[in-house]
Design a protein around this ligand. Structure first.
Ligand code: AMP
Length: 114
């Protein structure tokens, strides 16, 4: 989508620190990290949020899920552990309307789900 920030990162119109890429998924560093490692993993295809997923996204989402431990390994946090967060909609605080999984690690997380 032309006016979507993360679609523009996928197309390299907007620069980012890419740490993982395959044919369906992109992983890049969050611009305002909340932990020593904070990577966003997104489907390259535009999906606004979890609420917009359909049967046609089944393969992409399975693929994305399998990419997460690969990203964690690459970032050196697979064994120490990490948190995966997905915001969906207004009450969650979702700011960017392109589905993204936050991968946070490199420090112990608090069990505070805000
Ligand atoms: P959310 O609140 O779940 O929608 O998260 C959006 C995330 O995107 C926030 O953690 C932002 O810091 C991050 N973000 C916004 N703009 C960029 C950008 N240009 N490059 C990387 N991360 C970004």
């Amino acid at each position: 989508m032309d006016n979507c920030l993360f679609c523009r990162i996928v197309s390299r119109e907007i620069p980012s620190r890419i740490v993982y890429e395959d044919e369906l998924v992109l992983g890049f560093c969050d611009i305002a990290p909340k932990a020593p490692v904070h990577v966003l993993v997104i489907p390259k295809t535009h999906v606004a949020s979890l609420n917009d997923l359909g049967k046609e996204h089944e393969g992409i989402m399975a693929h994305l899920t399998l990419a997460i431990p690969q990203v964690a390994e690459k970032m050196g946090i697979k064994d120490s552990g990490y948190r995966v967060v997905v915001n969906c909609g207004k009450d969650s605080g979702q700011e960017v309307a392109h589905l993204h999984y936050h991968i946070l690690g490199g420090r112990a997380m608090e069990n505070n789900f805000g």
